[in-house]
Design a protein around this ligand. Structure first.
Ligand SMILES: Cc1cc2nc3c(=O)[nH]c(=O)nc-3n(C[C@H](O)[C@H](O)[C@H](O)COP(=O)(O)OP(=O)(O)OC[C@H]3O[C@@H](n4cnc5c(N)ncnc54)[C@H](O)[C@@H]3O)c2cc1C
Length: 445
């Protein structure tokens, strides 16, 4: 068997058999079959170094939640899944250092128990911290940076197997270039994140916000909670659901009025797609609970079923939010049949070179599509064309057809990022087809 033969040739590295069977290794959604099922599983820094040294081409694989081929390899993967421990919690510096294979689902209850919290989370907790931070994964909240902005230090194994440590404090420029590293700089082995004292949150949902109200009051709606998500199917000129997550803080608590700019306060827990059961969704109706059970839309204990959706998402500068939303609204007849639901969120600007929010506050327009790639692949260029005048750029981990030229135009720091990659990985050990196409330009390899 290819998998174990590889492991035998690499005595320090174990082999992962979880997906060794008749099925080829796929991403979470099942829309992508990876180019190899050769996976080295490392349990220590030394094993990562050994594996990196022994392979000419290698890709770190996280929890496989990307919808495109950013994580793909035709040669070999390294998984840090067993490296999922908290290494140190520093209450004075307010940081937590973790092994890079840990997921938010594993980390958050630990932090909460120790009296700490993260500033934000994505819609589901099952993703790895390394995979999320390296792709600029985000939650919502106009004052909240994406999840990568919580990173204060990194340990990376670079192409020659050496270990590089970078911190926000000591290596500002290189650090800002490395955090959203797209898996191109090396294998992340440790990540240090900022933490803050734990907090409680309440979540309220409003139904049927007219688009006219969204146009007139976008800023007020976005300012109405710590984290706000708008869900729409683009039909009937309305946002189907407004999810408002607020922190329970004396004097600052969100008071749920029966109406919000024409939307009605929901009287039961709702799924973002109203027709579906809310059983797997985080508690709503203003019931206070820990931050990590309110910031994601889906419960920790619930393992989402795989293979039933596709996702695409575009970041637009916040100043163009309403115009960009209305540009997509004009496509409602085309978009409707292929769509499950759209989510609109806001994210604060950051300093991370390859983040779509580099030096710009953003609004994101996300599409959860039915698993029909032929239909979705026709719609993406249409949406991208409508959003191009607003300097839109796609989520690094979701489906897009944006040209490499356009990506380079929007990501102003891409030349510096390419130089950094060349320092860490001169021969392109960590490159793959995605990176060659979208970052480095076509390569003969
Ligand atoms: C159901 C669902 C909901 C989602 N919700 C959100 C959301 O709310 N917000 C949002 O922004 N995104 C969301 N995403 C997208 C998701 O957060 C990103 O795709 C993220 O990258 C997933 O992390 P992963 O570990 O699964 O990455 P993978 O797909 O495994 O890998 C992604 C990239 O990370 C790199 N990588 C992974 N581990 C390492 C490592 N140790 N060292 C170096 N590089 C590494 C890989 O090489 C690859 O380049 C969602 C995805 C799904 C499937």
């Amino acid at each position: 068997m290819k998998l174990c033969a590889a492991a035998l040739a690499t005595p320090y590295v174990g082999c992962a058999l979880a997906w060794a069977g008749t099925e080829r290794l796929k991403n979470w959604a099942g829309n992508l079959e990876y180019g190899t099922d050769k996976v080295f599983t490392a349990t220590s820094l030394e094993q990562v170094q050994e594996s990196v040294k022994q392979n000419d081409r290698l890709k770190a694989l996280g929890t496989r939640h990307c919808f495109n081929n950013i994580a793909d390899s035709k040669d070999a993967f390294i998984s840090l899944k067993p490296m999922d421990k908290v290494i140190a919690l520093d209450p004075t510096k307010r940081t937590v250092t973790v092994s890079a294979g840990i997921t938010y689902g594993q980390l958050c209850p630990y932090l909460d128990e120790k009296g700490f919290a993260l500033h934000n989370l994505a819609s589901l907790p099952h993703i790895s911290v390394a995979g999320a931070c390296t792709t600029a994964t985000h939650g919502s909240g106009e004052k909240n940076g994406n999840l990568s902005t919580a990173v204060s230090a990194l340990e990376i194994v670079t192409a020659d197997g050496s270990v590089v440590n970078l911190s926000r404090e000591h290596d500002s420029d290189t650090f800002n270039g490395a955090v959203v590293g797209l898996g191109a700089l090396g294998v992340l082995t440790k990540v240090t994140l900022d933490v803050q004292p734990t907090y409680q949150m309440r979540q309220y949902v409003y139904e049927d916000l007219p688009f006219a109200a969204l146009k007139d009051h976008f800023d007020a709606i976005e300012a109405s909670g710590y984290s706000v998500s708008l869900f729409t199917d683009w039909q009937k000129q309305r946002v189907n659901e407004v999810w408002i997550k607020s922190r329970v803080e004396p004097g600052k608590e969100f008071r749920a009025t029966p109406e919000l700019f024409g939307a009605r306060l929901a009287t039961r827990n709702l799924h973002p797609i109203k027709e579906l059961s809310a059983e797997n969704c985080t508690e709503q109706m203003g019931v206070a609970g820990p931050w990590y059970e309110r910031l994601p839309h889906f419960r920790m204990g619930f393992t989402p079923s795989a293979g039933k959706e596709l996702q695409a998402e575009y970041f637009v500068p916040r100043k163009h939010a309403v115009e960009a939303i209305m540009a997509v609204e004009r496509l409602h007849d085309q978009v409707g049949p292929a769509l499950f639901i759209t989510e609109i969120r806001t994210i604060a600007a950051d300093m991370l070179w390859m983040s779509p929010c580099f030096e710009r506050d953003c609004v994101t327009i996300h599409f959860t599509w039915k698993p029909d790639w032929p239909a979705v692949s026709k719609l993406l260029p249409i949406i991208e064309r409508e959003l191009a005048p607003f300097d839109a750029c796609p989520h690094w981990g979701k489906l897009f057809t944006t040209s490499p030229t356009e990506l380079k135009r929007v990501h102003k720091k891409m030349p510096e990022f390419i130089d950094l990659c060349k320092q860490f990985d001169p021969k392109g050990k960590f490159r793959n087809q995605f990176l060659n196409q979208n970052v480095f330009g076509p390569s003969p390899n």
